[in-house]
Design a protein around this ligand. Structure first.
Ligand SMILES: CC(=O)[C@@H](O)[C@H](O)COP(=O)(O)O
Ligand SMILES: NCC(=O)COP(=O)(O)O
Length: 268
């Protein structure tokens, strides 16, 4: 049976980055969200950072009102942000670690070290109907704790894979594959993202069990040259082809095993 198509969440943070660079009213992330949807985005992701460096509360409220798909609000585990999300009740919230001085999100949440506050945030947000995901590194201990914290979903941090080359990239890919398998077996919804681009996304989309990829920076950078709708559509084509290739490889492997089983050899 064909698994569901991988969803593509488009992160529009950096439309707001450009606006904030000059304190103008444009470009407007609200317009970007609508165009991304028209081009095939399955959801809109945005990160309301504590320092408000790009997305503003006004963006979150307007986008929540106008989009036809669903919002995935990325936010830190702070009382202010949890209260904001409880009041807005977006379809999804992704809890992420935040450091003031970082250029972008550096690592995953430490669910082990912050277990009580994360579990409490999961309970409060679930109570208002939000599907919570935890942005974590692809590590077995963090996945186990995410499950115990009561999050229905995880988003596996693909930044380590995106930054690696050669053998290191293969190792990072294997870590994400194993993490996706473990999280799926626990019954968690498995999303992934960070640093994905037009060159590295297909291999991640090929991993079995991934529900959604969230991609922003590379799409916004490409949009500068080809327009936002074309940039989203190109990414969507790559996500779909990556998933198809992964399915074909899994089938080949399956056939290969079947063939081995018929060959009269001894197997463990
Ligand atoms: C959590 C994550 O991986 C990113 O989507 C995050 O939103 C990055 O933050 P910036 O958009 O500020 O780089
Ligand atoms: N959670 C990852 C995300 O939303 C987009 O990250 P990036 O593509 O901007 O690195």
């Amino acid at each position: 049976m064909h698994p569901p198509r991988i969803q593509l969440g488009i992160n529009i943070d950096h439309v707001a980055t450009l606006r904030q660079a000059r304190g103008t009213r444009y470009p407007d992330p609200v317009q970007a969200a609508l165009l991304a949807e028209e081009a095939g985005a399955d959801g809109i992701t945005l990160h309301l950072r504590e320092d408000r460096r790009h997305i503003q509360e006004r963006d979150v409220r307007l986008i929540a009102e106008v989009i036809a798909t669903r919002m995935n609000l990325e936010m830190a585990v702070t009382e202010d942000m949890i209260a904001f999300a409880e009041a807005l009740a977006p379809r999804h919230v992704c809890l992420v670690p935040e450091k003031r001085e970082e250029l972008t999100t550096e690592g995953g949440l430490d669910v082990i070290g912050q277990f009580e506050s994360i579990a409490s945030a999961c309970r409060r947000l679930s109570a208002v109907g939000v599907e919570v995901s935890l942005f974590i590194d692809p590590e077995p201990d963090q996945i186990q704790k995410a499950f115990e914290a009561g999050a229905p979903a995880v988003e596996l941090h693909t930044g380590g894979y995106a930054d690696a080359v050669g053998e290191n990239a293969r190792r990072e890919h294997a870590r994400i594959t194993a993490a996706a398998e473990m999280a799926s077996e626990l019954g968690l919804i498995v999303n992934a993202g960070h640093g994905l681009n037009y060159h590295n996304v297909e291999a991640i989309a090929a991993i079995t069990g991934i529900n959604e990829l969230n991609i922003g920076h590379a799409v916004m950078a490409r949009a500068m040259f080809v327009g936002l709708k074309e940039a989203v559509a190109e990414m969507k084509r790559l996500v779909i082809s990556g998933q198809e290739n992964g399915l074909m490889m899994a089938l080949d492997e399956h056939d290969h095993h079947d063939h081995d089983d018929d060959c009269g050899c001894d197997h463990d």
